[in-house]
Design a protein around this ligand. Sequence first.
Ligand SMILES: Cc1cc2nc3c(=O)[nH]c(=O)nc-3n(C[C@H](O)[C@H](O)[C@H](O)COP(=O)(O)OP(=O)(O)OC[C@H]3O[C@@H](n4cnc5c(N)ncnc54)[C@H](O)[C@@H]3O)c2cc1C
Length: 334
Amino acid sequence: MKILNNISLKSFHTFGVDVNASSLIEIESLSDIYTAKEKSCFNGSFYILGGGSNVLFLTIPEVIFKICFKGISIIKEDDDYIWITVNAGENWDDFVRYCVENNYGGVENLSYIPGTAGAAPIQNIGAYGTEIKDTLQRLNALSLTDFSVKEFSNKECAFGYRDSFFKHKENGQWIVLDSTYRLTKRNHNWVLNYGNIKSFIENKTLSLENIRNIVIQQRTAKLPDVSVLGNAGSFFKNPIISTEKFEQLKQSYPEIPFFSAANQKIKVPAAWFIEHAGLKGFKKGNVGTYVNQPLVIVNYGGATTTEIIEFAKMIVRNVSEKFDVELEMEVNIV
Ligand SMILES: Cc1cc2nc3c(=O)[nH]c(=O)nc-3n(C[C@H](O)[C@H](O)[C@H](O)COP(=O)(O)OP(=O)(O)OC[C@H]3O[C@@H](n4cnc5c(N)ncnc54)[C@H](O)[C@@H]3O)c2cc1C
């Protein structure tokens, strides 16, 4: 367990806002959590941090716990499947790379998503037509109420679109310790219908490695590099609207893109609304929407959390006034 006092959080979250925490504790094992408890570190306000790629710090809790414990282990396998457990502090993309290199299929479309394996189930990360709910079998989490460890099945995680059990009533009350995925060893379930993967793969061998490479190419072309421009990926969720509302919009905008969602609803890319509100590449002070992807709000350098939040609220207001659609933030505001 490493304790860092009076530390800038700038390099601990991808938005790169310069805010200070009085204490940041790096947790490297379950026993570190119990040691921290004995030292009363959980008695005041605290926050559980992974790679910081989906957070903005507005108020700073007394203690930030950064989850660092590593490890990937094979639990069991048969001819078709392998069950692999990944500890919460592992970098998510290192885990994906490990799977692809070993020809274990199911997470390749989720290549290059920043952050830790422990945070991935919290918002059910997704990209290119897949989400971790498609392969996650179970996870172990520690309750911050009684410090016991509970196993959650996939069903108990109550995954939804960028959503899970852990984002609701008991938000912040659990530390994900590890999660187990069932991956294919053969007869992989290819998901090729998103982001032109199909057309890119046409002249190549259909392999996990090629899918991963295509996804990485597309992501790097579209998204800003966090080491150059601070951001947290998609700032807003894609709104899910009724078919009536969609038909109404379609009359004015026949080219409006859409995907079908559950319960006969329609999901429309939030980026489309932002672009058609005239805010693609729009910049105000140190904050703006990214030129190649308006769903990403970027810190052009020196932005404060308040500036970023005010900018996001301005987008929500504009989209609401123009389309009568409410955008919901995907980024966690602490
Ligand atoms: C450039 C860029 C691209 C992105 N692309 C995508 C994408 O395609 N799809 C997608 O879904 N997301 C995407 N994201 C968002 C982000 O990568 C994911 O939300 C990721 O899972 C966050 O991981 P993290 O470790 O950085 O979590 P953090 O930002 O540190 O934390 C996120 C939330 O999880 C909680 N948390 C973290 N670790 C734990 C733990 N061990 N136990 C309990 N709670 C925990 C935190 O308290 C917080 O509420 C992108 C972000 C960036 C910067």
